[in-house]
Design a protein around this ligand. Structure first.
Ligand SMILES: Cc1cc2nc3c(=O)[nH]c(=O)nc-3n(C[C@H](O)[C@H](O)[C@H](O)COP(=O)(O)O)c2cc1C
Length: 172
């Protein structure tokens, strides 16, 4: 690395500003769901989703290494990435809140791989973990898509839930 990359040359990046600039990148919102060793479903709200590769079909999510769901995801049991519709704001809040049972009152089903699937989404991927890369305080999970579904008719008429500037938004 050249000296231009030294911390001394630039000074530390302000964490608050880093979060705010990251927040200027509008994303959709997903809920990543998997199964705990005791068989119960577990999940968390994630907006760090990205598609990675078409052949083979790979996707990634970046998970805070302190999050309790991470260990279940690393265990290798199939997980689903559920893409929230505009009607999914409460679901997003629920799956990012410190609740004992985030699935309470939600009519989820098991997908083809066994991963928990949420209702009323725009679609979902069912994945198997391929690689986990520790990057700073997060762990990047790269996973192969084994099953996927595009929801044709949802109550929200196909509109996504959008997250921008640390707030939920709707398109348009
Ligand atoms: C819109 C939104 C997007 C989020 N995206 C991520 C993400 O990409 N990665 C992550 O680790 N946490 C993300 N979070 C925070 C987690 O959902 C939250 O920390 C979660 O409750 C952790 O749960 P756990 O400790 O039970 O695993 C997001 C939260 C919100 C509201």
């Amino acid at each position: 690395m050249s000296s231009q990359n030294d911390d001394a040359a630039f000074g530390p990046v302000d964490r608050g500003l880093f979060r705010r600039v990251c927040g200027r990148f509008a994303t959709g919102v997903t809920v990543v769901t998997t199964t705990r060793p005791d068989g119960l479903p577990h999940g968390l709200t994630v907006n760090s989703f990205s598609s990675v590769s078409l052949e083979p079909p790979l996707v990634l999510v970046s998970i805070d290494s302190r999050n309790s769901v991470l260990q279940d995801l690393l265990n290798g049991s199939p997980f689903a990435i559920n893409i929230l519709a505009s009607s999914g704001r409460e679901v997003s809040q629920r799956f990012s809140a410190p609740l004992d049972d985030r699935f309470e009152g939600i009519s989820w089903v098991r997908g083809v791989t066994g991963a928990p699937i949420l209702p009323d989404t725009l679609g979902h991927f069912e994945c198997i973990l391929q690689k986990a890369v520790v990057a700073g305080d997060h762990t990047v999970l790269i996973a192969e898509v084994k099953q996927l579904r595009l929801t044709e008719a949802v109550s929200s008429q196909g509109e996504p839930l959008v997250y921008f500037d640390r707030a939920y938004r709707l398109l348009g």
